[in-house]
Write a new protein. Structure first.
Length: 182
């Protein structure tokens, strides 16, 4: 859940946490930059939320996108790519997503990505809503949840080879996404 620009120290803590996620679990958020300018515009991916109390599944799909890039489908495209990458590449059975009740844009991204509303909770001192999707639902869903044409080749977005966006993603461990485009 983003609340504007973070202080340098908080940003450093977040980057260390994401790097640790790549080292310990093989996943975390990707840094997303514009291909042409190299400007950082987002972080999108999966994050293990060890303090999540609503059930045993603690891997969250999430995004934090520069406000000037809102409304272009990047969060949805990144969420779908992250879900596909994890459900096809790991033994995860369920992935959650958490946001503030008033964040209607993120809630819509969750729904477009196939996640289902599960309820409300208090997490880290905030009232939040949460959604989830399990592997079986992911595998039985039809392609109607995939509005972006590049999802016939979902990994292309993460490796920077997408024809539908002008962005590329790099792991916070300093490497491109840990797979090749299919």
């Amino acid at each position: 859940m983003g609340f504007g620009t973070m202080a340098r120290e908080r940003t450093a803590e977040q980057v260390v946490r994401m790097m640790r996620g790549w080292e310990e679990r093989g996943y975390s958020h990707w840094a997303v930059e514009e291909k042409v300018t190299g400007v950082f515009i987002s972080r999108i991916g999966l994050q293990y939320q060890d303090d999540w109390l609503e059930g045993e599944h603690k891997t969250e799909v999430g995004w934090l996108l520069d406000r000037s890039r809102w409304g272009r489908g990047l969060a949805t495209e990144g969420a779908l790519a992250s879900l596909r990458y994890r459900f096809e590449g790991l033994a995860l059975e369920r992935i959650i997503s958490i946001t503030l009740p008033t964040n209607l844009a993120s809630r819509r991204v969750m729904e477009k990505a196939g996640l289902t509303y599960r309820g409300e909770a208090n997490w880290r001192g905030f009232d939040v809503v949460w959604y989830d999707i399990d592997r079986q639902d992911w595998e039985t869903e039809d392609d109607s949840r995939m509005p972006v044409s590049s999802f016939s080749q979902p990994r292309s977005w993460l490796t920077g080879r997408s024809s539908s966006t002008s962005v590329r993603a790099i792991s916070f461990a300093g490497t491109d996404a840990p797979f090749s485009a299919s």
